[in-house]
Design a protein around this ligand. Structure first.
Ligand code: MG
Length: 162
């Protein structure tokens, strides 16, 4: 059996008059994350962790931010495509562990919703997903409220013989 671990990181800056998407869920907040896509930094970190674990390059290689096809795209669609790519190599997700670094908004009221959405997309049960949220104690770009940083670790299993 082939067992893999993957790590992903992402960050985006806040901008005015945009919805805030994290983990496939719209979070009520006065600002959103600026990006070519919908700015869902948590899903982007998760995609990079999955691709990394399967030795499949990174999210920027598969979905270039210069491509009109991906303008304002729902990042859940990107995650579905990443799942297809890792499944083609015979991998399935075992578990996922994520951290969101944001001074605001408070994420605790939404983590159950995020787990529900991500469990469906990753094809695992919610008890195999962990989502932690931290502030950065007022330090740096996350602490100053300029943006959000995200980290994700996943494990994959490949029970096929190839
Ligand atoms: Mg991103």
């Amino acid at each position: 059996m082939d067992f893999r671990i993957g790590f992903g990181y992402d960050s985006h800056r806040f901008g005015e008059n945009r919805p805030l998407f994290l983990g496939g869920v719209e979070i009520p907040y006065e600002k959103g994350l600026v990006a070519h896509s919908d700015g869902d930094a948590l899903i982007h970190a998760l995609c990079d962790a999955l691709l990394g674990a399967a030795s499949l390059d990174d999210i920027g290689t598969h979905f270039p931010d210069t491509a009109a096809e991906f303008k304002s795209i729902d990042s859940k669609i990107l995650l579905e495509r990443v799942m297809f790519l890792i499944e083609q190599k015979g991998f399935a997700v075992n578990n996922a562990d994520m951290t969101i670094v944001a001074e605001k908004p408070k994420m605790a009221p939404y983590t159950d919703s995020l787990k529900n959405v991500l469990a469906r997309l990753l094809k695992i049960s919610e008890d195999k997903i962990a989502i932690k949220a931290k502030t950065n104690e007022g330090m740096g770009f996350t602490g100053q409220g300029e943006g959000i940083a995200t980290f994700a670790v996943v494990t994959l299993i490949n029970s096929s013989t190839n």
